[in-house]
Design a protein around this ligand. Structure first.
Ligand SMILES: [Zn+2]
Length: 192
């Protein structure tokens, strides 16, 4: 097949050279609500063409690859005194798979237990490309399903204003959970 980035011959959808150049994560941290850290792995502008594949057959492969390059590495270096739950935001299935569930799955480790279908948005309003005002006028309405662990890592694919994470943190706090950090594949508000 041909590499989707350089169109060179490749055994995978993205060749090893392009994986090295474009998919090596550059960790970025910023703080939001309650001083909680949002950790992102890519600059949105650098991988947006890949993220556009989200609702196609290729998207499943691309998201799986990105998850292995970033979330899996995070999980490999993460340690904590007790087991931590990881919760993907709004991981319902679109186009045959859930892109945030793919990311969440790669966090599985000795210290992290991924949960699925735990935080769903009842409103189902798309925030993509919408203004901050629109987002404020249409707050997320999360439905929370309880789980055993107290400490939580939240997972989403793209962070922009941080409002979705903030709503999710509120939902966790209301249910006596402690959010340790938020992980996003790409940060759209920041130039790395
Ligand atoms: Zn290539």
């Amino acid at each position: 097949m041909r590499c989707v980035l350089c169109e060179g011959l490749s055994l995978e959808h993205i060749c090893s050279t392009c994986q090295e150049i474009y998919l090596t994560p550059s960790l970025h941290k910023r703080k939001i609500f309650h001083d909680i850290e949002v950790i992102s792995f890519y600059n949105y502008d650098e991988i947006k063409e890949l993220l556009y594949t989200k609702h196609t057959d290729l998207g499943f492969y691309i998201y799986s690859l990105l998850a292995k390059k970033s979330f899996k590495l995070f999980a490999n270096s993460f340690q904590f005194p007790n087991l931590v739950a990881s919760i993907a935001i709004d991981d319902h299935v679109r186009s045959g798979y859930s892109h945030t569930a793919i990311l969440n799955k790669e966090l599985q480790s000795q210290y992290i237990k991924p949960y699925f279908n735990t935080l769903r948005d009842k409103n189902q309003v798309s925030y993509a490309g919408k203004s901050r005002e629109f987002r404020l006028l249409h707050p997320r309405n999360f439905v929370f399903k309880n789980f055993k662990e107290k400490d939580v890592i939240l997972v989403d694919d793209i962070v922009t204003t941080g409002l979705t994470f903030t709503h999710a943190i509120n939902s966790m706090n209301k249910n006596n959970k402690n959010v340790l950090a938020c992980l996003a594949l790409a940060d759209a508000s920041f130039k790395h």
